[in-house]
Design a protein around this ligand. Structure first.
Ligand code: SAM
Length: 187
């Protein structure tokens, strides 16, 4: 009897795993990290640390619901591009852009962050994972000298930050923000 329960349990577990795999493949995109939004206080601090100004072009790589690019455009009147691979997030982000009437300044692209050219970006914002930040280094190194990069929570292995700021959120919880400028400096 115990043996049959074990076999049935194993079959159910394998079927679950296969289902999850087919759902991801069937949806036609690969996400490297799940969606977790940045709290508003942290968004504000990221933009402040990056010294965003009207003339800047800001990119959020993995933009989720578009809150960072919308906040940048609303607060500073700058242009911004949000990039996300997940069609649901892209839909939400485009809706947020419309709701906040910043469609003349903000573009939302459905794309993989590793395919984005950053040569025209002045500011890049990130809330990914350390290994993804590291994989982005070749693209970030193509930014103009003096460009700014901020990352909520995660460092960039091998690259020295200029500053690490802390923000207390209403959760209440302290969050870290890493700040770099280009050219990137090895640790
Ligand atoms: C932790 S959320 C951050 C969302 C937003 N930047 C914020 O701070 O509120 C990471 C986002 O990256 C997106 N993502 C994950 N892998 C990606 C990839 N390879 N290319 C584009 N977007 C990706 C996810 O869909 C998710 O929306």
């Amino acid at each position: 009897m115990k043996r049959w329960i074990f076999i049935a349990g194993t079959v159910v577990a394998i079927a679950g795993l296969l289902c999850a795999l087919f759902m991801q493949l069937g949806s036609g995109f690969h996400r490297d990290v799940d969606y977790v939004p940045t709290p508003p206080e942290v968004v504000d601090k990221m933009l402040e640390l990056a010294q965003v100004k009207k003339a800047d072009l800001v990119y959020d790589l993995g933009c989720g619901d578009g809150r960072i690019v919308v906040a940048a455009a609303k607060k500073f009147g700058c242009r911004a591009v949000g990039v996300d691979v997940d069609p649901m997030r892209v839909k939400e982000a485009r809706a947020l852009v419309e709701k906040n009437e910043v469609a003349d300044l903000v573009r939302i692209e459905q794309a993989d962050i590793f395919s984005v050219e950053l040569g025209d970006a002045d500011v890049v914002t990130l809330y990914l994972l350390p290994n993804l930040n590291r994989r982005l280094i070749p693209q970030l190194e193509k930014m103009k000298p003096g460009s700014r990069i901020v990352s909520h929570c995660w460092h960039m292995p091998g690259i020295k930050p200029r500053t690490v700021a802390k923000v207390m959120t209403s959760e209440p919880r302290e969050r870290e923000i890493y700040f770099w400028t280009t050219p990137l400096e090895a640790e």
